[in-house]
Write a protein that binds this ligand. Structure first.
Ligand code: NAI
Ligand code: PYR
Ligand code: MG
Length: 607
């Protein structure tokens, strides 16, 4: 049953909680097995000019650095100053090249000094998320082979078949907690980018560190390079991946199987997030592995929870009780892994609310793909979309393959949600038709990424569909000035609000699988996070600035769900019994306490 109880510690002031993250205890020492320049060249341990003199002596660094010791705060200010002057000096230049220049300066720091990098990322997450994550990460992936300077993460290719069990031991960390894996076949809305898709696991794991406080020494971005069907890349002399068409069928699955077995053998507790796989493999691999390994598919499952929280928020914004969700007509444009994931989770929630009358709630949900409205008349219907195909007699006045404008005009939906990857398909005509919606506050979610692939811009949505809409987009847009001091609020309807908490909560619970119950708990937590006052203003999700707060809450909700399902085996010194006895607020505090925070630890050398 959907509960709207406020999250455990939500009455603690958010800013107070944020400050708590900064009162880090004196850091314990960190053992390193290297000395001298090897340390300076290792971004996990490097402190640049920040090594105190005693440490320089201990680690054989004296003379390898300029003599003056610069404090962490001073280094931080210096970096931010250079970032701000880059912003100033590139004003008026093309947006894409400015974004790439910003990414480069951040990436250089990432490659040199991770402690400082993650500190600036955490403190400035709202400004930097659009650079290291969507939309700029899309541009980075498109240009990856040209931008490549240093490797990050691991690359397993079709040529490594039979070798993966030993290759996995090439990774230098003893423990890995979180892996994000892609095969590069559907990178954001940009299609098959082959090996260049590695930018996505890197960006997602940066969000894991910033939002969930996963220790960056325990993360691993992975590219499974099984070839690419992108002809342009195959012909590009700079392309860094395998120059062959993608493996298919059993050949493909045997590569993924081998990788999963290798990971499980070395790090049985590591969580694997599948990211940006083309639809057929996204569903197939989820089915194949979810009962055997600790894994989830972010595009199917993470996106669904965020969208559902947004849809429930919309009902609240309309001033209706949550039970009114069952009366909403929902049109989803895009029948891929994300669109189907959203519809499946929405229908599950709706069914529970309507006393398991799944048929009745399905009748209120409409699904379109590139060929328009999906009905039972559709030839060669995808089996995953088939359960949502409409009987033509139930959609009077509409035809098989009806276009978004025909559907919106006829149905006057409460919600129009885009996960098609096609920029601008919610055009002026479609948006204007949403003015006739049966809802007083219709919702328009243009969730495709990156920005140019969004189904519409925020400005167009408010301009054409009217000021009363609730708006969400996958990539960030600025709030819209509606005149008369009114603001059209933009919600970033992105799975970044959930995946970090799903990963962290699962990790701390010690569960060996991720169940629907754990995912539902995550979505419920996000749905209940905002106050009625915020929701009335059309604000459905917390600000990205407070992403650590919401992640702690989501993580705790996931952990408690694992406990309730008797799956929690504990983590580190905290066993299942202790987890079971934690109250809700204690669980949130426990999760927050376990978030890594970047400070320079004293380094101690051990041979
Ligand atoms: N905001 C968020 O958190 C998330 C956003 N996404 C975005 O959603 C988009 C789709 O992702 P997936 O479902 O994984 O891709 P997918 O490739 O599995 O599915 C795309 C779907 O869109 C349909 N489509 C293509 N052209 C269309 C058109 N002109 N009109 C209507 N439908 C059309 C296709 O037929 C297909 O059903 C991507 O742009 C991705 O960035 C995905 C996951 C999370
Ligand atoms: C956000 C995300 O996961 C996507 O666009 O694929
Ligand atoms: Mg994705």
């Amino acid at each position: 049953m959907w509960r709207l109880a406020r999250c455990a510690s939500s009455n603690l002031s958010r800013s107070l909680r944020r400050r708590c993250f900064y009162t880090a205890a004196i850091p314990g020492p960190c053992i390193v097995h290297k000395r001298g320049t090897d340390i300076l060249h290792d971004p996990w341990f490097n402190k640049d000019t920040g090594f105190p003199l005693t440490e320089r002596d201990r680690l054989g660094l004296r003379g390898l650095l300029p003599p003056r010791v610069i404090s962490f705060e001073h280094q931080y200010d210096r970096f931010m100053e250079s970032y701000r002057s880059l912003e100033k000096n590139t004003q008026g230049q093309p947006h894409g090249s400015v974004s790439l220049a910003k990414w480069r300066i951040l990436n250089r720091l990432h490659d040199r000094n991770e402690t400082l990098y993650y500190r600036v990322l955490i403190d400035n997450i709202k400004d930097f998320a659009p650079i290291i994550y969507t939309p700029t990460v899309g541009l980075v992936c498109q240009n990856y082979s040209g931008l490549f300077r240093r490797p990050r993460g691991m690359y397993f290719s079709a040529k490594d078949k039979g070798e993966m069990m030993s290759m996995i031991y090439n990774w230098p960390a003893h423990q890995v907690d979180m892996i994000v894996l892609t095969d590069g076949s559907r990178i954001l809305g940009l299609g098959d980018l082959g090996v260049q898709g590695i930018g996505i696991p890197i960006g997602k794991l940066d969000i894991y560190v910033a939002a969930a406080g996963i220790n960056p020494q325990r993360i691993l971005p992975v590219m499974l390079d099984v070839g690419t069907n992108n002809q342009k890349l195959l012909e590009d002399p700079l392309y860094l991946g395998l120059r062959q068409p993608r493996l298919e069928g059993e050949e493909y699955l045997s590569i993924v199987d081998e990788f999963m077995e290798a990971v499980h053998t070395r790090w049985p507790k590591a969580i694997v997030q599948f990211e940006d796989f083309q639809m057929k493999w996204a569903f197939e691999t989820l089915q194949r592995y979810r009962k055997r390994f600790c894994m989830f598919n972010d595009d199917i499952q993470g996106t669904a929870g965020v969208a559902l929280a947004g849809l429930l928020g919309t009902v609240r914004a309309q001033g209706q009780p949550l039970s009114d969700f069952v009366n909403q007509k929902i049109v989803v444009v895009g029948a891929g892994s994300a669109g189907l994931g959203v519809l499946n989770m929405a229908i599950e929630a709706l069914s529970r609310m309507s006393g398991n009358n799944e048929m009745a709630v399905k009748n209120k949900c409409y699904l379109l793909d590139k060929d328009g409205l999906i009905t039972k008349e559709r030839k060669n219907i995808d089996p995953a979309a088939a359960p949502f195909a409409k009987d033509l007699k139930d959609v009077e006045g509409l035809r098989e393959g009806a276009s978004p404008i025909e559907v919106v005009k006829k149905l006057k939906p409460h919600v129009l949600l885009g996960l098609s990857g096609v920029g601008g398909i919610f055009n002026e005509e479609v948006l204007k038709a949403m003015r006739e919606s049966d809802s007083t506050k219709p919702a328009i979610f243009a969730m495709s990424n990156p920005t140019m692939n969004a189904e519409c811009t925020a400005a167009d949505a408010f301009k054409y569909a009217g000021p009363n809409i609730v708006f969400g987009s996958g990539s960030p847009f600025k709030d819209v000035d509606l005149g008369n001091g009114k603001v059209g609020h933009v919600n970033q309807a992105n799975n970044m609000y959930l995946f970090p908490g799903i990963g962290l909560g699962t990790l701390l619970s010690g569960a060996h699988i991720i169940t629907d119950g754990m995912l539902q708990a995550a979505a419920e937590c996000l749905a209940s996070y905002m106050t009625d006052e915020e929701i009335q203003k059309g604000i459905l999700y917390p600000s990205i600035d407070s992403i650590r707060d919401i992640t702690a809450e989501v993580g705790a909700a996931v952990l408690r769900a694992a406990v309730e399902e008797d799956l929690a085996e504990g983590h580190g010194d905290v066993g299942p019994r202790e987890l079971k006895h934690m109250s809700k607020p204690e669980t949130v505090a426990y999760v927050s306490r376990n978030m890594w925070f970047p400070v320079y630890s004293p380094l101690v050398h051990e041979k």
